[in-house]
Design a protein around this ligand. Structure first.
Ligand SMILES: [Zn+2]
Length: 590
């Protein structure tokens, strides 16, 4: 199973490489659950369509991010961390971006920078692996997050090729892709094969823009002229005015650049099979036209019979039984869930992640407060069980903590991984974990398996405080943090409910020793306050909070927001309270 990936040169496939590792994935292209066989097991390549950064990502955007992050983890487990390359793009040129920037009176660059930063802080809180956690200095990057505006050259190259091959044409300063020309070219897939639709159906189903410069209504835009106040670049095809790309071409360009060109320099089209990568993923709403058009562009430009071998699509997300829309007032962003009470929250990142993975990725998901509350109760039960285990077996934590931190690095339990290898059966995997919860409090082995499974799913990590480690003096963690990002007060209450007097007593003593005060308000809510002033993490947070208050006082909202984002990136979510103060909630994953 160990794969030597010391260099990127293609290797001769040996018997071990050919042997598949038992992963099966539902492939939209074949409409069947296929055995996954990578083109080169030493270089498994996956592309997922990322967000358009014009506004905070909503919970529907979070679904593919979480789902394909989980698949990335499975691939790394099966093929080795150095053998899997994952590309998830950021769309930073788009009509919606132009409109939003104009509306807010900010530059497009500023809008996309700030939105991308907020997006990163949001998904980091959801336990999504980030490039800085994956990439190793001095080695080729294994997680690339390319931006469309940084790949205009590649887009122009592809468009130039399509024009040279008579697949695309120039009309009124636009470049259009001709679906009919694709149909005449030998060896190309049928346009509509991925969506499994006929041309007539696509014409009827798509909101086809009937523009006078199109030769055929099915033709789609590869490049369009920019108006004066819009971003523009030198145009391909001899067009004199500056222009900008259509949406679809960016994914063809970025996947080509990072998943084809980067591997043994296979830029030429010979052999054409070398221009295919393994997995292309995205939401089900992208199948047509976005993915269909990506395939058309990539195959016709690169002479490839397919763009990617496996096409994965996650199902729709509804909110409380209704389609999410701004007009219905049920629009929920990731940030709303993490930081506000808008949807019954705030909810810890792992609660959101667990709630998302509870449903199989291809099924539609109904996102409800009830679902989140149930996920929270389950994770609280697990955190409580770990606390109880700790108190019962050791009366202290050093041994268990070290053991659990070691568990984080262990392979996931085999039966658990077996579920995930069956088309990412996360409900099955979570069900398997549930079956162990009842045994955790008396069975160290079961507890270790749960930790390994949760670690694999991205619910706990080396950076995430483990259970009651902090108050018991085992970690460097802030007293306000707890397992799964629950505040300590929450875990304290769980210990209360479980009636574990011994644990409560030892925790209280330890907290006192660490100069951490336990405060109970009139409603019985418990909070913790550090009286020690030598905690460097707390000191830094306090300094930033003070700086933010200053910025707000002088009405420098941009700076105040920047500091809030910086705090969020550290895991400290700042909320302004009604009385003019601030409260800080720690989220997991930092
Ligand atoms: Zn795409």
């Amino acid at each position: 199973m160990q794969i030597d990936a010391q260099n990127d040169a293609p290797r001769q496939a040996g018997p071990e490489d050919i042997q598949d590792r038992g992963l099966r994935l539902y492939n939209t292209l074949t409409r069947a659950k296929d055995d996954f066989r990578p083109i080169d097991p030493a270089n498994v390549r996956m592309y997922a369509c990322g967000p358009t950064v014009y506004d905070d990502a909503h919970i529907g955007n979070a679904r593919p991010i979480i789902v394909f992050d989980t698949l990335f983890r499975v691939l790394r487990q099966l093929y080795g961390a150095a053998a899997v390359t994952y590309v998830r793009n950021i769309t930073d040129v788009d009509d919606k971006i132009n409109a939003r920037a104009a509306e807010r009176g900010v530059t497009i660059r500023d809008l996309t920078e700030v939105t991308a930063r907020r997006f990163h802080a949001d998904i980091r809180a959801l336990g999504v692996l980030m490039p800085d956690q994956v990439n190793v200095e001095g080695e080729p990057p294994r997680f690339i997050e390319p931006r469309a505006t940084e790949h205009i050259v590649e887009m122009r190259d592809l468009i130039g090729r399509l024009i040279a091959r008579d697949i695309a044409y120039v009309a009124e300063d636009h470049v259009l892709f001709s679906v009919a020309a694709m149909g005449r070219k030998a060896g190309m897939p049928r346009y509509g094969a991925l969506a499994n639709r006929s041309l007539d159906e696509m014409l009827a189903g798509a909101r086809v823009e009937v523009a006078p410069y199109k030769r055929d209504p099915m033709d789609f835009v590869l490049w369009k002229p920019s108006k004066e106040n819009e971003p523009g670049w030198p145009s391909p095809g001899g067009i004199a005015v500056p222009g900008r790309p259509g949406w679809h071409i960016e994914c063809s360009a970025m996947s080509w650049k990072h998943l084809i060109q980067g591997f043994a320099g296979r830029i030429a089209c010979d052999p054409a099979e070398a221009n295919v990568f393994d997995i292309h993923a995205g939401g089900i709403d992208l199948v047509f036209p976005h993915h269909e058009d990506e395939i058309a562009q990539s195959c016709c430009a690169l002479d490839a019979p397919r763009m990617a071998n496996y096409w994965l699509h996650n199902g729709f997300l509804q909110v409380e039984g209704q389609k999410m829309s701004k007009s219905l007032g049920n629009f929920v962003t990731i940030r709303d869930l993490l930081t506000s009470g808008k949807f019954g929250g705030p909810w810890a990142g792992p609660v959101i992640r667990w709630a998302m993975l509870e449903t199989h990725y291809r099924q539609p998901i109904d996102w409800t407060e009830k679902r989140l509350a149930r996920a929270q109760t389950e994770l609280e039960t697990i955190a409580g069980a770990i606390g109880a285990l700790q108190g019962r077996f050791f009366g202290g934590c050093d041994i268990t903590l070290r053991r659990w931190i070691a568990d984080l690095d262990q392979a996931p339990p085999a039966p658990f991984l077996g579920f995930l290898m069956d088309d990412l059966n996360t409900p099955g995997a979570i069900g398997w974990v549930r079956g162990l919860i009842g045994r955790m409090a008396s069975d160290l082995e079961a507890a270790g398996q749960v930790i390994r499974a949760l670690s694999f799913l991205g619910l706990v990590s080396r950076q995430t405080p483990l259970a009651l480690a902090a108050p018991l003096g085992c970690g460097q963690f802030s007293p306000e943090t707890g397992m799964f990002g629950f505040s300590m007060s929450r875990i304290w209450r769980t210990a209360h409910v479980n009636g574990d007097a011994r644990l409560l007593e030892s925790t209280r003593e330890e907290l006192a020793r660490k100069k951490i005060a336990i405060e109970t308000d009139a409603n019985g809510l418990v909070s913790f306050r550090s009286e020690a002033d030598d905690d460097p993490a707390l000191a830094r947070v306090n300094a930033l909070v003070a700086a933010r208050a200053d910025a707000r006082a002088r009405k420098d909202w941009a700076e105040a927001d920047r500091i809030r984002d910086e705090l969020a990136a550290m895991g400290a979510v700042v909320k302004d309270t009604k009385d003019g103060g601030v409260s800080i909630e720690w989220v997991a994953g930092k």
